[in-house]
Design a protein around this ligand. Structure first.
Ligand code: SF4
Length: 377
């Protein structure tokens, strides 16, 4: 099996409550189910493909619904299976609610060294619209507690395009976030996901949601504000102070292998992309029985593989290194994708240098369409 260096992702799907816009694989916390799930995860880790891990990322759900001892035991299990280096980046996503603050010291002590806090907004009204139960002041307390616990790498997640959000309110949220001096910021445009309460609301009242023009203005505000504050926009939705890019996510954008563990998680190993079932009990039963986790798999080869790699790389500030791409995939990007590149360059979305391809600022605003064009070839 593969021994290439990989990012390891562990999905912890329980949340203290469920947000109406969320499409992740998540369930409200339940003691018995959460305990069975943890046992299933350990069973899956013990049987997982023995990759050599570079980074570890706990996402969810709300991983911090589990206590630090449980997360520490998972880190130890992953380390035993994957040779995760002692100094590897280990991220945990967290909600800034008061139950988190006292746990941060223990989380740091079990080896977590990067905290990604789901802030979403510093405006009370927006948090209520998003169904979040923390208050803006809770975030300030959470960041202070994280610093006190020894975290030197803190990321804050924000959402723009929240129903009712104005440009002034978005600027206030950004300024509030910057005042907390995080090392990293992620700013995501709100997306309406099918099957969520937000999708029902949107179908009934589309005017309540930001249109493309407002969303673009909000994104432009983030780009300008964060650049002025010394942050580098190293990916479409991600900004970091120098030296604090998320190493785990950088692996995804480089199209490096990754191993996903847990319900609904995705893996990309040896050229095959696979996704575990999103049915919680199906996952738990299979993992505990030691049988393959149901799900889907597809082998990425030829145009599917190179299109995907271009799409991922274009999300980053560096874009596609066409020389390295030729060495890795045996494809001359400008030759194979010449017609797509020409159209996008003519449209001001893409810059094609002698050995690179990257989005223009304009291209970043419609990145999904631009990147997706390479998948269609
Ligand atoms: S947005 Fe986060 S906290 Fe809310 S339900 Fe989804 S995973 Fe849970």
């Amino acid at each position: 099996m593969t021994t290439a260096t990989a990012g390891v992702y562990v999905h912890l799907p329980f949340c203290p409550y469920i947000c109406p816009y969320c499409d992740f694989a998540k369930w409200a916390w339940d003691d018995a189910r959460a305990a069975r799930y943890l046992a299933a995860l350990h069973a899956e880790i013990a049987q997982a493909v023995p990759v050599e891990a570079a980074t570890l990322f706990f996402g969810g759900g709300t991983p911090t619904t589990y206590d630090a001892a449980a997360i520490g035991a998972l880190i130890a299990a992953v380390r035993a299976r994957t040779q995760l280096p002692d100094d590897a980046e280990i991220t945990v996503e967290a909600n800034p609610d008061p139950s988190l603050w006292a746990r941060l010291g223990a989380l740091r002590a079990v080896g977590v060294n990067r905290l990604s806090i789901g802030v979403q907004s510093f405006e009370g009204a927006e948090l209520r619209v998003l169904g979040r139960r923390h208050a803006p002041a809770d975030v300030t307390r959470a960041v202070a507690a994280a610093r006190g616990a020894g975290f030197e790498n803190v990321s804050l997640d924000l959402i723009f395009g929240v129903p009712g959000q104005t440009e002034a309110a978005w600027e206030r949220s950004l300024d509030h976030a910057l005042a907390l001096k995080p090392e990293h910021l992620s700013c995501y445009g709100l997306t309406i996901e099918a099957g969520t309460p937000y999708a029902i609301w949107y179908a009934r009242e589309p005017a309540a949601f930001a249109d493309d023009t407002l969303e673009a203005r909000l994104y432009a505000i983030a780009i300008a504000r964060l650049a002025a504050a010394g942050f580098e926009q190293y990916e479409i939705s991600n900004w970091a102070r120098p030296g604090f890019r998320c190493r785990h996510n950088a692996g995804y954008w480089r199209n490096d292998p990754y191993l996903g563990l847990g319900v609904g998680s995705a893996s990309y190993l040896g050229g095959t992309r696979s996704v575990h079932t999103r049915e919680l009990d199906t996952y738990i039963d299979a993992a505990l029985a030691g049988v393959p986790i149901p799900g889907e798999a597809e082998r990425l080869e030829g145009a599917a593989q190179s299109g995907e790699a271009i799409m991922l790389a274009l999300r980053t500030a560096e874009g596609v290194d066409t020389t390295a791409f030729r060495e890795r995939y045996g494809i001359d990007v400008l030759e194979t994708y010449g017609s797509v590149v020409d159209v996008l360059v003519a449209g001001g979305m893409l810059v094609a240098g002698s050995d690179s391809l990257h989005l223009t600022e304009r291209g970043r605003f419609v990145a999904n369409d631009v990147c997706g064009a390479f998948l269609a070839v």
